[in-house]
Design a protein around this ligand. Structure first.
Ligand SMILES: Cc1cc2nc3c(=O)[nH]c(=O)nc-3n(C[C@H](O)[C@H](O)[C@H](O)COP(=O)(O)OP(=O)(O)OC[C@H]3O[C@@H](n4cnc5c(N)ncnc54)[C@H](O)[C@@H]3O)c2cc1C
Ligand code: FES
Length: 356
């Protein structure tokens, strides 16, 4: 194909579907997909969030501008790329993190009412919302929404802790000193308030359980994994118990950060082969398991690498776990992770999800 006609980009989705888009000279893969009405996973469109991360199977491209948090040098070296930034220099084949089904639905804008605001301790809030047009929101367990902070122009991302088939939506919010959402929740929020949300977004979501699963959660990083467990539990109750064991290691800093441990106990009853450990880092804690999640993994949990790992938590924890795996020479069959970045680059607020 001649340069002036643009390059053909094959988008290969996880469910085996392949769609083709044409990128004009200088055009990003995300823009070409948008024109073709294919919603590949996107959030910031700015090379900041990493949500669009894909894998290039063949072809060459200019990777564009992005920050290390979105794509590390190692990842870029290995062939990972950011469709919101990359400009093709030849025809390309990209593996997209998502299903073609999901790419059809796209990001929507929603309005919700706060039904319940619950403080587990002074630093973690549980929000339960009733969404208008609930039937129009289809999400995958593990995905997130961008929530506009009432009374401000800011938005913050929160992963569903409720399952995709539950009527109400639930979220867990860890507070940050003087944070915008934190201040709203602590000082102004009340039950009955209206929230505006956009989504669903994200390529961190539960795949079919085809081998043992290891879930690693740090702090409110437990939220998307609760959504995944709910989905697995509902499938189990309709007769499809997972064929492989699922283990979770849930680590927090302080005793008071441990939330929804009762819910994990109930999942252990509903899901055959589901086990979990809770771990507290605070040296002064009397919790039976202390330190970091990586110190409490048995060889069986890693299964010589034949394991699908789901990792979610604050960026420092996510990076530490990835380094630990590299250091131990463990390469899981699949490694999915989400970093709960706080104090995100300012640009992100200027390019809300779904903006064309
Ligand atoms: C994909 C994704 C999913 C997420 N899901 C969840 C979730 O399910 N649960 C959850 O608890 N969190 C989640 N987060 C994090 C969440 O979006 C918020 O970042 C977090 O709740 C803090 O928001 P805030 O408005 O209270 O604080 P912010 O206003 O964002 O401030 C965060 C911290 O940064 C400091 N700060 C802000 N601006 C500056 C600056 N210019 N210089 C120095 N310091 C600064 C603040 O003082 C504060 O301590 C997720 C993040 C991402 C990216
Ligand atoms: S890095 Fe591409 S959408 Fe955020």
């Amino acid at each position: 194909m001649s340069h002036t006609m643009g390059y053909k980009v094959a988008l290969s989705f996880e469910d085996g579907v392949t769609r083709f888009v044409t990128a004009n000279p200088g055009e990003t893969v995300a823009d070409a997909s948008y024109k073709a009405r294919i919603n590949i996973p996107l959030d910031c469109r700015d090379g900041a969030c990493g949500t669009c991360k894909a894998f290039c199977e063949s072809g060459s491209y200019d990777g564009g501008d992005y920050i290390e948090e979105a794509l590390t040098d190692d990842e870029a070296e290995a062939g990972f790329c950011l469709p919101c930034q990359m400009v093709p220099e030849t025809d390309l084949v990209l593996r997209i993190a998502g299903t073609a089904e999901m790419a059809k639905s796209g990001i929507g804008a929603f309005t919700a009412r706060i039904d319940h605001l619950h403080w587990y301790a002074d630093n973690t809030a549980g929000l339960t919302l009733t969404l208008e047009n609930r039937q129009d929101l289809h999400f995958l367990p593990g995905q997130y929404m961008n929530v506009k902070v009432p009374g401000t122009e800011e938005e913050r991302s929160y992963s569903f802790s409720s399952g995709p088939d539950q009527d109400q939506l639930a979220f867990l919010v860890r507070t940050a000193p003087d944070g915008v959402m934190t201040t709203y929740l602590k000082e102004r929020a009340s039950e009955g308030d209206t929230l505006e949300l956009e989504g669903p977004i994200g390529s961190f979501f539960l795949r079919d359980v085809k081998r043992p699963v290891l879930m690693l959660a740090g702090g409110t990083g437990i939220a998307p994994q609760l959504a995944m467990l709910e989905k697995i539990a509902q499938a189990a109750e309709s007769g499809a118990q997972p064929a492989f064991p699922i283990h979770m290691a849930y680590g927090v800093t302080w005793d008071k950060d441990l939330v929804e441990v009762d819910a994990l106990g109930r999942y252990a009853e509903r899901i055959e082969g589901f086990t979990f450990d809770t771990i507290v880092a605070d040296p002064a804690s009397e919790h039976p398991k202390k330190g970091y999640v990586t110190q409490h993994l048995a060889p069986g949990h890693l299964n010589d690498g034949d394991v699908d790992v789901y990792l979610c938590g604050p960026p420092a924890m996510v990076d530490a776990v990835r380094k630990h795996f590299d250091g131990e020479g463990i390469t899981p069959s699949n490694f999915y992770y989400e970093r709960f970045a706080v104090g995100v680059p300012h640009e992100r607020a200027l390019h809300p999800a779904g903006a064309a």
